[in-house]
Design a protein around this ligand. Structure first.
Ligand SMILES: [Zn+2]
Ligand SMILES: [Zn+2]
Length: 65
């Protein structure tokens, strides 16, 4: 999922709020394992990381290779 946080580290003391460029910093979080700030993939309406995505697929075994 996409979410926003205030990552301000003291722009105006106190923070300028809406005028602060760090007021709403975009972040991404895996819907499954909640890992943050990683590359996400869309899968059936969810946004999940590569690791969780791969778990959704079964490995084909004994296919004669
Ligand atoms: Zn600020
Ligand atoms: Zn994940």
């Amino acid at each position: 999922m996409k979410y926003y946080t205030n990552d301000c580290v003291g722009c105006g003391l106190p923070c300028l709020g809406a005028a602060c460029e760090y007021n709403k910093v975009e972040h991404f979080k895996c819907d499954y394992c909640k890992e943050e700030d990683i590359k996400l993939y869309e899968y059936e309406g969810y946004e999940i990381c590569e690791e969780c995505l791969l778990k959704e697929f079964n490995v084909v075994e004994g296919s004669g290779w």
